[in-house]
Design a protein around this ligand. Structure first.
Ligand SMILES: [Zn+2]
Length: 61
C-alpha cells in the first residue's frame, strides 16, 4: 500500500521544462512571458538558484 508520504506533488518547472517536487511559484518580470497565470511560473530549487529567481511566499493549502 502507498501512503501519502509526499506533502508536495510535482509541478512543472517552466525553466528546465520538467516536473519537480521542489518547484515554487515565481513572478516573471517579463512582459512577453505573460501566460494564463499572469506571469507566474513554477521554478524548481535548482533553477531558482541558477537564474536568481525569488519564490513567492504564498502558501496554497
Ligand atoms: Zn527547473
Amino acid at each position: 500500500m502507498k501512503g501519502p508520504q509526499r506533502r508536495r506533488r510535482p509541478v512543472w518547472c517552466s525553466w528546465h521544462d520538467g516536473l519537480s517536487d521542489t518547484a515554487f511559484l515565481v513572478r516573471v518580470h517579463d512582459g512577453a512571458a505573460s501566460g494564463p497565470n499572469g506571469g507566474l511560473l513554477y521554478a524548481c530549487a535548482r533553477c531558482r538558484e541558477q537564474y536568481g529567481l525569488t519564490p513567492l511566499t504564498e502558501r496554497a493549502t
